[in-house]
Design a binder for this molecule. Structure first.
Ligand SMILES: C[S@@+](CC[C@H](N)C(=O)[O-])C[C@H]1O[C@@H](n2cnc3c(N)ncnc32)[C@H](O)[C@@H]1O
Length: 274
């Protein structure tokens, strides 16, 4: 059945695309996303001067074809903003202040921001840490990962428009950003950037390259794109990287309902490893 006459987009094309993206990155597209998938990919067919989706899908038969990167980039949703779900950052600040003595004398805090998109979340964590520790060099190491290579490039650059800084206070703009008058943009200061290491990582990979565990993992607003089984597998993998007492932060609509023996709810979408 034809879903869209241009480029002969059929139900089978959609099913094939949904199956490919699910097996590579875990994103589960329901049938009501047929048009969204079409709109996200049509530019790729034009870029290759292809006349239909069958030809496009042929490119992806080769698991190592460079189109895979564009395909994945096109099908991920990257909405994010600074200090999204602000209660997590309030919690972080209080947590550091309550444990300040211990945290300043022990190993650096290791934080993993596991679906960082264009960087706002990782930078919000870093700014919170600078403020909570009261120094530009807090004992904190942040690993920020995503599988979309385009958003990672934006994140590394750390340059944002005034609109993107809507939730950043004037004081924070002064403290953590450099204003570029000629472009009317705000760039994250080097001392904040230096706290973060951006890397490409697919959460679906059977093995992750990190050797050490983390004190905190942020995995916010990505699990909603995965099905129950994938979510559960991911939580089990996170548990391996979180020693007892460490923390897991999920997105606002991602509280897991099934009983989990590895995590105890702490408060709103925050969990502690038991
Ligand atoms: C909606 S954004 C959320 C960004 C941020 N965590 C927040 O809460 O604002 C979801 C991000 O998850 C990433 N993503 C989706 N599937 C992924 C996977 N299998 N591995 C790593 N990142 C993934 C997307 O590329 C996207 O940048």
């Amino acid at each position: 059945m034809l879903v869209n006459t241009q480029f002969g987009y059929t139900e089978q094309d959609f099913e094939a695309i949904a199956s490919l993206i699910y097996s590579r990155v875990g994103i589960a597209f329901r049938k009501n996303k047929r048009n969204l998938v079409y709109n996200r990919l049509v530019g790729r067919l034009r870029a290759h001067r292809l006349v239909n989706f069958t030809q496009y899908l042929k490119l992806l038969d080769d698991q190592n074809h460079e189109e895979w990167e564009y395909f994945v980039n096109a099908l991920t949703t990257n909405l994010t903003y600074f200090f999204r779900e602000p209660y997590h950052f309030d919690f972080l600040k209080n947590y550091v202040q309550e444990h300040l003595e211990h945290l300043t004398t022990s190993e650096p805090l290791r934080i993993w921001c596991s679906a960082c998109s264009t960087g706002e979340e990782a930078y919000s964590i870093a700014m919170t840490m600078v403020e909570a520790f009261g120094t530009n060099q807090p004992p904190v190491k942040i690993l920020a990962t995503d599988l979309n290579t385009h958003v990672l490039a934006v994140a590394r650059e750390g340059n944002y428009t005034t609109d993107q800084l809507e939730r950043v206070s004037e004081q924070q703009k002064l403290q953590h950003f450099i204003y570029h008058k000629y472009k009317n943009t705000y760039e994250i200061r080097p001392e904040i950037k230096s706290l973060i290491h951006f890397k490409c990582l697919n959460l679906m990979d059977t093995q992750w390259p990190m050797k050490k565990s983390f004190n905190m993992i942020f995995c916010r607003n990505v699990m909603i794109y995965f099905n129950r089984e994938t979510q559960s597998r991911l939580l089990t993998k996170f548990a391996h990287y979180l020693p007892q007492g460490s923390l897991l932060f999920l997105g606002h609509s991602e509280s897991f309902s099934e009983p989990q023996d590895k995590f105890k709810p702490l408060r709103q979408t925050m969990y502690t490893r038991v």
